[in-house]
Design a protein around this ligand. Structure first.
Ligand code: FO1
Length: 319
C-alpha cells in the first residue's frame, strides 16, 4: 500500500492516506474525477470501471464513448472544450461521409476513427472489450487499470414521450429534447462484470461514484456489479440544481423529481457511506442523513481534478 503525504490548500495537518480505490465513471464529469484520482494514486491503488451502456454500432463501427472519454482524459488526449473526442482533431473523414450522403450527426474525428476502426477489427477478431481496452491503455501510456463494466453487451434505452430511443440517438441526435419517462438497460440481466472488476472491488478500501449521470452512466454499472459491500462515496454531479454538463437535471425534472444534490443522494440511498456536495449546496448539508463533505466540486483544470481527488480521499480516511 502507498502512503500519501498531502498538504491541502488550508494548510490542515499533514496526513497520510492509504487508500485502494475503485472509481465508477461514465462520461465527461466522471472522467475528470477519475483523472484527479489517477494524479494522486499509484497505478496499483486505482481501478476505473466504466459504463458501456452508451456503446453503439455506427457506420459499421463499434463505438464505446465512455471508455474512450475516460481513456483519452487519463492519457491527456481528450479535447479540452468538449471533454469527449481527441484534442487537435481534424474532421476530413466525417466531412467526406457527409458529402457522400452518410450520417454526420455523431461527430467522429479522424484520430478518433482510428480508435473505432481498430477496436472494431479486434472485437470482430474475437478479442474482448477488456482486452482491447487494456492494449489501448498500454499504447496511450495509461498506467492505471481501466475496465469496461462488462464484456457482454448492455445498451441503455431511453423511454421518452416519442417512444424508446437508443442512448446516442436520444443524447446526440435528438439533443436530449424528447421528454424522459424511464430507462432500460438491454442485456444487463445477462451481463457479468468484466474480468478483474469483482477482484478490484474485493481488494478496495472504498468505491468512489464519480460525478456522472446517475440514471444512464452509473446505474448501468451498479446493475452489473450487483452487491457492493464496501464503503461507497458519491460525488454529486448536480450543483445548485443544475449539471455542469449533460441532461441529468433535466431527467430528474421530467421524472417528477426536484433536481438537486439531495435527489442524487436519494438516488443512491442505501448504497452510500458518504456524500460529497458542492460548497454552493452547503446549506443542504443538514438535510442529509449520512456523512457529508462540502467542498468545491467544479473541475475546470487538472489541478482542480487532483484537489477534489485529495478531498475525497481525505473524506474516505475520515469515515
Ligand atoms: N457528444 C455530443 O454531444 N455530440 C457528438 O457529436 C459526440 C460525438 C462523440 C464521439 C465520440 C465519443 O467518444 C463521444 C462523443 N460524444 C458526443 C459524447 C458522448 O455522446 C457522451 O459523452 C457519452 O455517450 C455520455 O457521456
Amino acid at each position: 500500500m502507498t502512503s500519501l503525504k498531502t498538504k491541502d490548500k488550508n494548510h490542515r495537518q499533514q496526513s497520510t492516506v492509504h487508500r485502494r480505490i475503485v472509481a465508477l465513471a461514465g462520461g465527461v464529469g466522471g472522467a475528470k474525477l477519475a483523472h484527479g484520482l489517477a494524479q494522486i494514486l499509484p497505478p496499483e491503488d486505482l481501478t476505473v470501471i466504466v459504463n458501456t451502456g452508451d456503446d453503439f454500432e455506427h457506420l459499421g463501427l463499434y463505438i464505446s464513448p465512455d471508455l474512450d472519454t475516460v481513456c483519452y482524459t487519463l492519457a491527456g488526449l481528450a479535447n479540452p472544450e468538449t471533454g469527449w473526442g481527441r484534442v487537435n482533431e481534424t474532421w476530413n473523414t466525417i466531412a467526406n461521409i457527409e458529402k457522400l450522403g452518410g450520417p454526420n450527426w455523431f461527430r467522429l474525428g479522424d484520430q478518433d476513427f482510428g480508435t473505432h476502426l481498430e477496436r472494431t477489427r479486434r472485437l470482430k477478431d474475437g478479442q474482448s472489450l477488456s482486452q482491447v481496452t487494456k492494449d489501448f491503455c498500454k499504447v496511450w501510456d495509461i498506467k492505471h487499470t481501466v475496465l469496461p463494466m462488462s464484456d457482454s453487451p448492455v445498451r441503455t434505452i431511453v423511454d421518452t414521450d416519442e417512444g424508446e430511443l437508443a442512448f446516442q440517438e436520444y443524447f446526440v441526435h435528438r439533443h436530449c429534447e424528447p421528454r424522459v419517462k424511464g430507462f432500460r438497460f438491454d442485456g444487463v440481466e445477462f451481463a457479468e462484470p468484466a474480468i478483474g472488476a469483482r477482484e478490484a472491488i474485493d481488494s478496495a478500501d472504498a468505491i468512489v461514484i464519480c460525478p456522472s449521470n446517475p440514471w444512464v452512466s452509473i446505474d448501468p454499472i451498479l446493475r452489473v456489479l450487483k452487491k457492493i459491500d464496501k464503503p461507497v462515496i458519491a460525488v454529486s454531479p448536480i450543483i445548485g440544481g443544475k449539471t455542469v454538463k449533460g441532461p441529468a437535471a433535466k431527467m430528474y425534472a421530467e421524472l417528477g423529481i426536484e433536481p438537486s444534490a439531495l435527489a442524487v443522494a436519494e438516488h443512491y440511498r442505501n448504497l452510500l457511506t458518504g456524500f460529497v456536495l458542492d460548497s454552493k449546496d452547503g446549506q443542504l448539508s443538514d438535510k442529509f442523513k449520512g456523512k457529508i463533505l462540502v467542498t468545491d466540486t467544479l473541475m475546470n483544470s487538472n489541478t482542480d481534478r487532483a484537489r477534489l481527488a485529495v478531498d475525497v480521499l481525505h473524506f474516505i480516511g475520515s469515515l
